[in-house]
Design a protein. Structure first.
Length: 189
């Protein structure tokens, strides 16, 4: 079943990428890269480290391990470092109050609330989506030009062990659309 789900997600992302590449409104795509499994982390951490102006993150689940060698911990430390260098960093996380008795929802809420407190202590702006609606998106926008979108959460499992698939697209138009989408989620009640 997992292989079928991964296959369907892969095909869906490829179809999206194909449509993006040939749609009239996306003619500014400068680069496109399909990122499988751990490959995503390697590209992402390099791009975050090279960010000069802004990093915007929409993430369903951001769960550092508490260990220096944890991949989500490295992302956390790298975005803090960029923030200290003057890069504008904004993080939007999922919070869900509809399923208070559901262990998974409680776990996601606990992880995201904990990392939000950590990010805020580091001076980074954090927003939560409306608790009445799940934000399952995993989107990173760097310097209003580089976009990551796909299945990778910021968890050790997703970044190191799971079969995940995402895309890296260099497109100012797509980045602008996704930033507007992020603003809509930030202001949704």
């Amino acid at each position: 079943m997992r292989k079928i789900t991964t296959y369907i997600l892969c095909i869906t992302l490829l179809l999206i990428a194909y449509n993006l590449a040939y749609a009239e409104s996306y003619k500014d795509i400068d680069d496109f890269k399909l990122l499988e499994d751990k490959e995503y982390y390697n590209y992402l951490i390099k791009d975050i480290g090279a960010a000069r102006h802004s990093i915007a993150i929409i993430m369903y689940l951001f769960k550092p391990t508490g260990y220096k060698k944890g991949l989500p911990d490295h992302i956390l430390d790298t975005i803090e470092s960029k923030h200290k260098q003057g890069v504008n960093v904004i993080v939007l996380l999922n919070i869900d109050d509809r399923y208070k008795n559901n262990e998974k929802a409680v776990s996601v809420n606990d992880s995201n609330t904990s990392v939000a407190k950590d990010l805020e202590k580091r001076g980074i702006k954090v927003y939560f989506d409306s608790p009445k609606r799940i934000t399952h998106a995993k989107v990173i926008i760097i310097d209003k030009r580089i976009v990551y979108i796909g299945s990778h959460n910021f968890t050790q499992s997703a970044l190191k062990y799971n079969h995940e698939i995402s895309v890296r697209i260099v497109s100012a138009d797509l980045a602008e659309m996704l930033l507007r989408y992020m603003e809509v989620i930030e202001h949704e009640i």
